[in-house]
Design a protein around this ligand. Structure first.
Ligand code: E4P
Length: 217
């Protein structure tokens, strides 16, 4: 499973990248706001750190303008994935931008039908938002499963990018269901390493080691 980091925090990206945990990065306007940085500048810096796809999102709502913005974002680096919203105009922009050889990430997907349309429009990635469905008492993981089934039924190559991952359980479930990629905030990726039995076991080993009076170094 590929891991994308859902952040525009360059230091957090560098830290995870050094561990080989970063196959790509996703950003959105809210994350750019949080970073306090200029979108073109911070995206360029991220593209220089990470080899894999770096999603940068258009903010226009009409297809023609989305295409222009997408072309400008794509000029930042070869590993840019232009992010467009799953609207009818977004699908038009996806078709054109993908046709020009760009990676396109179709975002804000909340239904299997939307995902089917994105695949037909040539999306490289479809981003179903798990956490936001859970927020309104629906099951985001059911959506990932439905998209997996539909894409496998017809051999669509669009990659399922499980997004809006809020918990470590979301990460496990996405992997079990067969999402191609998950994008998660840095703290969720770090929390995946934690287990109370690991902590307890380590504590016991260290206490026993102390009693041996030995040293390795
Ligand atoms: C994905 O590309 C989005 O940036 C992100 O996963 C949204 O997550 P949120 O619903 O926690 O804001």
């Amino acid at each position: 499973m590929k891991f994308f980091v859902d952040t525009a925090d360059v230091d957090a990206i560098k830290e995870l990248n050094e561990l080989g945990m970063v196959d790509g990065v996703t950003t959105n306007p809210s994350l750019i706001l949080k970073s306090g940085r200029d979108i073109l500048e911070v995206t360029k810096e991220i593209c220089g750190i990470v080899e894999g796809p770096v999603s940068a999102e258009v903010v226009a709502v009409e297809a023609d303008q989305m295409i222009e913005e997408g072309r400008k974002l794509a000029e930042i680096a070869d590993n840019i994935a232009v992010k467009v919203p799953l609207t009818w105009d977004g699908l038009k922009a996806c078709k054109v931008l993908a046709g020009e050889g760009n990676m396109v990430n179709v975002t804000l997907c909340f239904s299997a039908n939307q995902a089917l349309l994105a695949a037909k429009a040539g999306a490289t990635f479809i981003s179903p938002f798990i956490g936001r469905l859970d927020d309104i008492n629906l099951d985001g993981m059911d959506l990932i499963g439905d998209i997996r089934t539909i894409y496998d039924n017809y051999g669509y190559e669009t990659q399922i990018l499980a997004a809006s991952i809020r918990t470590v359980n979301h990460a496990t479930q996405s992997a079990l269901i067969g999402a191609d990629v998950m994008t998660a905030p840095p703290d969720v990726i770090k929390k995946m390493a934690a287990h109370p039995l690991t902590d307890k076991g380590l504590e016991a080993f260290l206490a026993d080691w102390e009693k041996t009076g030995q040293k390795i170094l």
